[in-house]
Design a protein around this ligand. Structure first.
Ligand SMILES: [Zn+2]
Length: 148
């Protein structure tokens, strides 16, 4: 596979294809440093924090789209906990319920898997090795945060 520079416009072009998919689903996409990488269900909006590595930004975008797919298709593991407020991320990850913690991590990983499959469906290319590495790093960061 061709090697791409981190700032290669190629990644922006691919992000535009994902953005078109999002718009069809009724979601907006913003790139802002004043918010986290997040999916805002109430506003139907995904925000991605701009960084130098456009490839990583593209993968993060796929991951956030993966969350939409997890929630709208099979609802994920967290669906076991219907009474909990999952819109408040800080409240959610502060849980002392170890089974819920694992469910959160499972849904995070599933969102990464869904994002990867979405890229395939849209005929977009990604570096599997790098994608999985970023996924693992992000899920581990969640785990470490919740364990702390
Ligand atoms: Zn996530």
């Amino acid at each position: 596979m061709k090697k791409y520079a981190k700032t290669d416009p190629y990644w922006n072009d691919q992000s535009l294809v994902v953005e078109a998919w999002l718009v069809k689903k009724g979601f907006d996409l913003t790139y802002s440093k004043s918010a986290d990488n997040e999916l805002d269900w109430d506003r139907k909006r995904i925000n991605i924090r701009p960084i130098k590595d456009k490839e990583e930004m593209f993968y993060t975008l796929l991951h956030e789209c993966g969350h939409i797919l997890v929630e709208t298709n099979d609802k994920g593991f967290k669906d076991n906990y219907k009474t909990k407020d999952f819109r408040d991320w800080h409240k959610m990850v502060a849980t002392r319920d170890s089974a819920l913690k694992v469910s959160i991590l499972a849904d995070e990983m599933e969102a990464w898997n869904r994002g990867r499959r979405l890229a395939k469906r849209l005929n977009l290319r990604l570096n599997e090795k790098k994608y999985k590495k970023i996924a693992g790093y992000c899920v581990w960061a969640y785990a470490a945060f919740m364990a702390g």
